[in-house]
Structure formats: C-alpha cells, structure tokens
Ligand binder design. Structure first.
Ligand code: PEP
Ligand code: MG
Length: 343
C-alpha cells in the first residue's frame, strides 16, 4: 500500500504488534515438547522436499522429519538420480538429524507428478492410475536404486521408509521382500547398510484405512496422507478449483477413516503419524489431538503455532470432541463443534 493514510497505518501497526506478541509466546515453547494441559505429548515433525529445507528443522524446533518427499530429487533432473547420488542425499539428511527420525517416502510419481524419463501412458484418470507403489514393479532399476540408497543411508541415522498409495498387504509384502533381498546383496558386496530399517505405509486411500487392522500386522508404522485421503474419500480432485469447496478434510467421512487408522495402529502397538496438510491446519488440531497421533508432521513454518495450540488443549476433551465429530452430518457441523473448544 503506497502512501497509507493514518488509519491504514494504525491497522497494520496493530496487526504487527499482535503478531510479535504471538511470536514471543511461541518462542517460549521452542525446544520444549508439545504437551496438552493434561500431559499428553505429541512429537512434532516437519515435511521436507530436499536437503535445502533442512533449515526448517532448527527454525521450527522439529523433533524429526515425518515426510521426506523423495520425488523432487527425481523431478528436478533429466534422468533418474543414481543410487550413489541418492545415497549421498539421504545420508546427508539422516546425519543432519543426529539420530532423530527421518521418514523417507519412496518415489510417489504419477497422478499430478509425471516424470519425463519414465514412459507414462496417456491415462483418462491419472490419480486413479499408474501412481506411487504401482510403478515399482515396472521400473525395477529406478525402484531398486532407491531402496538400496535408503538401506545404505539408514546406517547413518534413524531413517525409515514409507510406501505411498498402498491399497493391499501384498504391496507392502512385496516391498519388504525387495528390501530383504537387496540387504543380502549389500551384505555380500561388503557395503555398510542397515537391513533393519523400519518399513511403513502411507494411509492415503480409503482402502488402506478400511483394512488398517490387517495392514498394522505387517507395517512398522502408518502415516496418514490427508491430502490424498480427502481426495479419494470424497471423490474430489484435489487440484480442481471448480470443486475446491467440496475438498474438505473435516468431512466426517475423512475423520472416521483417520480415526479407524489410529485405533488400528494403537491396538497393534505401532506408531501412527499424519503428514498431510491437515497437520498444520490449526482448526483441525483438537481433532488430531483426540486421535492420539504419535507424531504430527507439518509443512512450512506452522509447527510453533501447532505446538502452542496443543499446549492449550485437554486431551480428554479432544477425544470426546472427536467422537462427536465423526457422528456429525457434515464438515460444517464439525466446524461448529470445533468452535466450542476452549484454546
Ligand atoms: C498426502 O497425500 O497427504 C501426502 C502427504 O502426499 P502428497 O501430498 O505428496 O500426495
Ligand atoms: Mg499423497
């Protein structure tokens, strides 16, 4: 605003003062765990796309990386990065985190993210097509180079791998089998590696949420991808602006699938996190607290605000709220319930 008048100047001066006060509140929690008023603690992680995002870890006070989107490494070059190139990057990230968890997502290409050097067929419905784990068997070179790089880098930190777009136990078993086979090969080659790295799955299809109990018997952990889970549950293309008002993660159908997933993970004793954008959506924080996530992984700079919000909540109240939310008729009713939460 050029040459603002006095009134405009006052509005923005006040806004800035409010923001500064809020930042000072957030700063008081830096380096402390995210804990509710009744002492339930949540690990807060960050999402990253490359080592260039590692500065977020220190700035946000992240306790780990809940989603390392590896596809950006593949999308920014004209050919697939080699095993050694990937290994160097994954190792760098693992070492930077000094023993804190790094969840590396295996290549999630397809849907809205094609790769020029993979032969993509023309698809009527790319989001329902050749995407994520479905590509691996057809591209063994790309897939094997990535898992070998990950198994090797896992010797230098707490690196886990996570499979995107899972709909069946068979897909998880197949990836675990490939990891076991490559570990044997790396051992024979005398390369440093960690054959025991945790292998988990993203829950981002309704199918995987609905069979979460079965998947929990063989997955080391779950991470809920609410971006896709919302799109597939509501049958709303996440990139289509014409219907963006229908794309709403607070729809009780999405919340129900999330809760089923968390309940199945808790029953099986495995970790469950969230890595979709809902992790940084403050209006949803009470619901995420109610679900009892082990870890919430957040994009960008929202982590301090989420931590502050959690610090004002009661876990018991959030659980009761969640039970009401999944019984609500629509997202609007869920929002009304959320407005009743004190924080
Ligand atoms: C998700 O679907 O919620 C997710 C985290 O994956 P992406 O947004 O990369 O598809
Ligand atoms: Mg996804």
């Amino acid at each position: 605003i050029l040459n603002p008048d006095e009134q405009t100047r006052n509005i923005y001066t006040n806004k800035k003062a409010q923001q500064d006060a809020q930042k000072a509140e957030y700063a008081k929690l830096h380096g402390k765990p995210a804990t509710t008023l009744d002492h339930k603690t949540f690990a807060l992680y960050s999402n990253i796309g490359s080592p260039n995002d590692l500065h977020l870890i220190d700035e946000n006070g992240s306790e780990g990386i809940g989603l390392f989107r590896s596809e950006f490494l593949f999308m920014e070059s004209k050919q697939a990065p080699s095993e050694d190139q990937q290994y160097a990057i994954y190792r760098k990230v693992a070492e930077h985190m000094k023993g804190k968890t790094v969840i590396l997502r295996l290549l999630d290409i397809g849907g809205d993210k094609p790769l020029s050097y993979l032969n993509f067929p023309k698809e009527e419905n790319p989001f329902l097509g050749w995407r994520g784990v479905r590509l691996y068997k057809d591209n063994p070179e790309v897939f094997l180079s990535q898992i070998r790089a990950a198994i090797r880098a896992a010797a230098y930190g707490d690196l886990w791998v996570m499979i995107p777009m899972v709909i069946s136990l068979e897909e998880l078993r197949w990836v675990k089998q490939q990891i076991a086979e490559q570990s044997v090969k790396l051992e024979a080659e005398g390369r440093n590696h960690n054959p025991h790295l945790k292998v988990g799955i993203m829950i981002e299809t309704p199918a995987s949420a609905l069979i979460a109990e079965q998947l929990a018997t063989e997955a080391a952990f779950f991470s809920i991808g609410t971006n896709d889970l919302t799109q597939y549950t509501l049958a709303v293309d996440r990139g289509n602006t014409k219907i963006s008002d229908l794309y709403d993660g607070l729809h009780p159908a999405v919340l129900r699938l999330m809760k089923m997933t968390c309940d199945a993970a808790h029953k099986a004793g495995i970790d469950v996190g969230i890595c979709g954008e809902m992790g940084g959506q403050l209006e949803a924080t009470p619901l995420l607290v109610g679900m009892g996530f082990n870890e919430i992984s957040i994009s960008g700079k929202m982590l301090p605000a989420v931590k502050y919000t959690i610090s004002k909540l009661q876990y018991d109240e959030c659980r009761a709220l969640l039970n009401n939310a999944i019984a609500a008729n629509d997202a609007e009713a869920v929002r009304k319930l959320l407005q009743s939460v004190k924080h």
